[in-house]
Design a protein around this ligand. Structure first.
Ligand code: OXD
Ligand code: MN
Length: 592
């Protein structure tokens, strides 16, 4: 037990409800980690991997019905529905406590309740916040050890204050029909029941650092965003930082760990990772916007991660990593996944725990995947070869540009800059991505995901747009806002832009714009590069192709403007400025 009366009282109350056989207060020590790992290996909850090839790495398999975040089971629980808004599921908060209380009641009988104090943000930073998660899962504890600064360090930071986020998690029956991820932003509380998978149960991440934090940010005048943070160092050693928001499956972790093309490396350019998923942004004393990564690890999607797509990620998870739902190579007890860039193992155990061989098909003749498409690695950020030396700086890093993006086969050009902060907020509010053949369902369906925050904004999205606009007025020297699209395809469906490291060429233009070093062309959608201002040397892309990537099709944009109008109409609290921007876009496109 720690010495904080508020924490002790709350833990006692929760234990009264969940009735664990014992309560274990975690201190974050190495001995504690070893003890918990030993216990988890003994019960089979964790599998020890080859400790020579993957030192400190362990494996976990979730239930087959519990492999991803579940948006239809995720609720914002407030007194009034209007505060959750049209993009969230809502439950009236006292109803939610009562309903979930019946699930939590006695749910930890015979089990251990672990008390995990943790910090989001670096220890001692005025940016950081403390949370406490109660859970009956060792897997959660071991992941939270990687993803946050946890244990005594967090209680030392909290002192005797009542100001912490109260998180309660129980696995329950792991039944999708009895699964609820409830955020209570009015009470700084999170109750998660019936899952044992990452984003639903590592409560510091999406539940706290985005849903609750976005609410707090609005109240306190800062922003919690679903953004990577990356630094670019020029040959003179000057560093500039950008934040970028993309919906899932658009390569956020890859961009955060990008390796510049050889030409730029030879010149002395370097890229530094600060964060790959979440940014907390505040106005600094110098009038710029400053960002911190509240997390201490990466919870990355494994499939597709290879020495070609993201060598830094692959190297990051060579030690001290927890793998979830990938495949195990029986030959040497290491891990494998589709798109790892190495041949499939001859003999493996798949993510469901079944024997697996290359070429295996199901009863319909479809290939059986060895790793689940959403299988993950949980790896310490400090392992990353390109982690920024200042990634834990308590004051964060100053942001020069904010980048929005999505996966669009045709409509959006490679890159454009917004005309103003207000226009940039509009661009973010209309963000969209098309579904790919890799996912179930129709291909090419456009999903609007404002600022990539649709599943993560803890309050009314109309008010959220309003908060962005207000922040723009308060930041004396705001970042410039851009939109990118790495995913334009030709008539045969092939990507035209090489992507990955070559995206550095676009970032170069973005920074040149921020530094006032380059002119741009004014188009109906924003400022675009003059084609000759993007360095294409050794990219395999010629100037004509680039012109195509930057082209704007009037018919496609007329349709886009109409779809945007329909999309924005759902927000009853839409700020008039955003509506005005939508009308202005329509007029500009009509005038093309
Ligand atoms: C994530 C997500 O896991 O955005 O980061 O789904
Ligand atoms: Mn994410």
């Amino acid at each position: 037990m720690y010495n904080n009366k508020y924490v002790n009282d709350w833990v006692a109350q929760m234990a009264l409800m969940t009735q664990p056989k014992e309560i274990v207060w975690l201190d974050g020590s190495e001995e504690e980690r070893d003890r918990l790992l030993k216990e988890a290996v003994a019960t089979g909850e964790m599998i020890e991997l080859n400790q020579e090839k993957l030192p400190g790495c362990y494996y976990h398999r979730t239930a087959v019905n519990d492999v991803a975040r579940v948006e239809h089971c995720t609720f914002i629980c407030t007194e009034h529905k209007e505060d959750a808004g049209p993009s969230n599921n809502w439950m009236e908060k006292s109803f939610a406590y009562a309903k979930l209380g019946t699930y939590f009641w006695g749910s930890m009988r015979g089990e251990t309740m672990y008390v995990i104090p943790y910090i989001m943000g670096s220890a001692g930073s005025p940016f950081s916040k403390v949370g406490i998660e109660l859970t009956d899962s060792i897997y959660v504890v071991l992941n939270m050890r990687i993803m946050t600064r946890m244990g005594k360090i967090a209680m030392d930071q909290l002192g005797d204050s009542p100001d912490y986020i109260k998180g309660l998690h129980a696995k329950g029956e792991v039944d999708p029909e009895r699964r609820f991820i409830c955020q209570f932003p009015e009470d700084n509380a999170i109750w998660s029941y019936g899952s044992a998978y990452g984003g639903n149960v590592l409560l510091g991440k999406k539940c706290f650092a985005l849903r609750i934090a976005s609410w707090l940010g609005r109240k306190e005048g800062w922003m919690a965003e679903h953004m990577l943070i990356v630094g670019i160092e020029d040959p003179q050693g000057n560093k500039q930082y950008v934040c970028a928001a993309f919906p899932s499956a658009c390569g956020k972790t890859n961009l955060a760990m990008l390796i510049p093309p050889k030409k730029f490396r030879d010149m002395g350019y370097k890229v530094w990772t600060v964060g790959d998923d979440i940014a907390w942004l505040r106005i600094g004393e110098d009038g710029r916007l400053w960002a911190v990564n509240p997390e201490a690890g990466f919870f990355g999607v494994a499939p597709g991660t290879s020495m070609k797509s993201n060598p830094n990620a692959l190297l990051t998870c060579k030690q001290g990593t927890i793998y979830t739902n990938v495949a195990i190579d029986k030959k040497d007890n290491t891990v494998w996944w589709e798109g790892m860039g190495t041949p499939a193992p001859e003999d493996a155990i798949d993510w469901k725990g079944n024997d697996w061989k290359p070429g295996q098909v199901d009863e319909n003749g479809a290939p059986i995947k060895a790793a689940h498409p959403n299988s993950r690695f949980t790896a310490p950020a400090k392992n990353c070869p390109c982690i920024a030396p200042n990634w834990e700086d308590p004051k964060g890093v100053p942001i020069s540009a904010i980048i929005f993006g999505g996966r669009r086969a045709k409509v959006a050009p490679l890159v454009y800059q917004s005309f103003s902060w207000e226009h940039g907020v509009f661009v973010g509010s209309t963000m969209a991505s098309e579904t790919t053949a890799a996912a179930a369902g129709a291909v090419g369906v456009v999903r609007r995901d404002p600022m990539a925050m649709k599943p993560f904004c803890g309050y009314n999205m109309g008010d959220y747009f309003g908060h962005w606009l207000e922040m723009g007025e308060k930041i004396p020297n705001p970042p410039k806002i851009f939109n990118v699209n790495w995913f334009r395809t030709d008539d045969e469906g092939h990507f035209i832009w090489p992507g990955f490291g070559d995206n550095f060429r676009v970032i170069q233009w973005i920074l040149a714009r921020c530094n006032g070093k380059v002119d741009a062309v004014k188009t109906a959608v924003g400022y675009e590069p003059r084609p000759e201002d993007i360095d294409l040397e050794d990219s395999g892309v010629d100037l004509e192709t680039l012109k195509g990537l930057l082209s704007i099709d009037k018919d496609a944009w007329e349709q886009e403007a109409a779809e945007i109008e329909t999309h924005l109409a759902q927000f009853e609290k839409l700020p008039p400025e955003i509506k005005k921007q939508a009308d202005a876009l329509k007029d500009r496109v009509a005038g093309m």
